[in-house]
Design a protein around this ligand. Sequence first.
Ligand SMILES: [Zn+2]
Length: 419
Amino acid sequence: MTPRAWALLTLGGLVVALLVAVALLVPWSRPPAPRADQLAALRDLPAEQVSRGRAFHGALRPAAWSALAVGLVVAVLLGLTPLGGRLVELVGRPFGGHWIAQAVLGGLAVMFLADLLTLPFAAWRRTVLVRYGLSTQSWGGWAVDLLKSYAVSAVIGALVLLGFYTVVRLAPRWWWAFGAAGAAALVVVLSFVLPVLVEPVFNRFTPMEPGPLRSELTAMAARDGVPVRDVLVADASRRTSAVNAYVSGLGPTRRVVVYDTLLREAEPAEVTSVVAHELGHAKDRDVWTGTVLGALGAAAAVVALYLIGSWTPLLRLAGVDSIAQPRAFPLLIALVTVAGLLATPAQALVSRRIEARADAHALALTGDPATFEAMQRRLAGVNLADPDPPRWERLWSATHPSTVERMAAARAYARESGR
Ligand SMILES: [Zn+2]
């Protein structure tokens, strides 16, 4: 069998494995949240809050869609014309066109060009956040955060580029197999190791002061069978007034992180409700679900890229001889960008189902739908959510059920459990 036949066989196997994982790991039966309850919940929200949330998201939309369009156009222009290949060559020229310079520096240049061209839209987004009082950061602080995130991507990007093109040189016929295994391993590393390494780059964490809330959260986690080592407070107020909480780490390193903004804005019972939702993610191993789906998807994508990348008309468009040469990196990015766009609604759907399950977990763990609903109302108010966003936008990219869906789920739970 040729490497190409093996690749086809591997791709088939990965796609089947992905479909099986999606069928088994994603909670397809969702807890009820009847539309009638959603509409009733919407009527119960203060009209001013609803219109403010809608206005905020209306103001964000042009920047978001422009950034998406520009990113796509740049990726396609660089990847499906010889322009990208020339950029890679140009960047490698001072180093005598050495493959490492082309692969790493050329690759980073392609990645950062798109970032640079969408920078005005990121700044536009920030002005909207400031206008609506959601950002508490100065332009300086915003720029520092941006540079930090560029630095993190540059380090990861350089390592991945160097690793990938080294493998391509060592195994010119079988790189796709090593690449697929490497991509899957990278997803695992990024979802478990990166949060622990990257969180401290952006935030400072301090243990929550001993008191009734800390004891309640620790006791609830133990009751839930998800023991946590510590309850930490993140200084999120340095950049945002938005509220949040999450559980990170595994087993003995597991910790609950609560934004300082949440402690300031919400009642203790509501904080408990938020943390109960996060414990649901830990208990149902949602990070594992995301990691397994992501790893299989990434491995399949690498093999698919290898197969599509041997299609001569495509190579001719990009002005390269083979998808495996550093000059073809822009073509890879273009294909990945298009595939990423196509995958967005599917990823959002999976995420919404997982979030709805964590909500159901919070309701069952606290047995307090009234507080859950009050917390949703507050979250929506503070984070300026559109409580009932347009259907197309929900289907395209919403990672969480809408505010009215979550309130309706609480009402349905209250009815069923007689609370
Ligand atoms: Zn969640």
